[in-house]
Design a protein around this ligand. Structure first.
Ligand SMILES: N=c1c2ncn([C@@H]3O[C@H](COP(=O)(O)OP(=O)(O)OP(=O)(O)O)[C@@H](O)[C@H]3O)c2ncn1[C@@H]1O[C@H](COP(=O)(O)O)[C@@H](O)[C@H]1O
Length: 103
């Protein structure tokens, strides 16, 4: 099992844990808007790290993005498997074709 899949399993368990002992449970108790805002904040911090931070900062912020994305998807009941299937579907297509299909 890869790291993200293990993280997803842990996050799914912790969503309903006691908020006093779990950050994921705390996020769940605070609700979807807070989870979404956290993901947005970490995305912005990743952009800043990419443009003006160190490689170490970029790695840390990218990990925070993946963590908060995993939490948001789990809270919405969307599996990583489904997201991966969407990426696999796109594998045979160039990014430009995908862009043209969307417009
Ligand atoms: N990978 C992570 C992970 N990455 C980042 N974070 C937390 O995400 C938060 C992001 O940092 P911020 O500075 O934005 O947040 P903050 O100011 O501390 O917190 P807020 O009050 O603003 O939410 C930090 O508190 C980090 O500790 C994580 N918390 C948990 N995990 C994983 O999730 C699992 C379950 O965690 P618990 O639910 O705490 O058991 C753990 O075993 C880890 O594997």
């Amino acid at each position: 099992m890869d790291t993200l899949t293990r993280l997803e399993a842990t996050v799914r368990q912790r969503l309903s844990a006691d908020p006093s002992s779990s950050y994921v449970a705390q996020l769940n108790a605070r609700g979807l808007p807070v989870m979404a805002r956290k993901l947005g904040e970490e995305a912005v911090e990743t952009v800043i790290a990419a443009l003006s931070g160190s490689e170490e900062e970029l790695v840390g912020e990218a990990a925070d993005v993946l963590f908060h994305l995993t939490v948001l998807l789990a809270a919405k009941g969307v599996t990583l498997e489904r997201v991966m299937a969407e990426l696999e579907r796109r594998e045979g297509t160039s990014g430009l074709e995908e862009k043209a299909q969307r417009s």
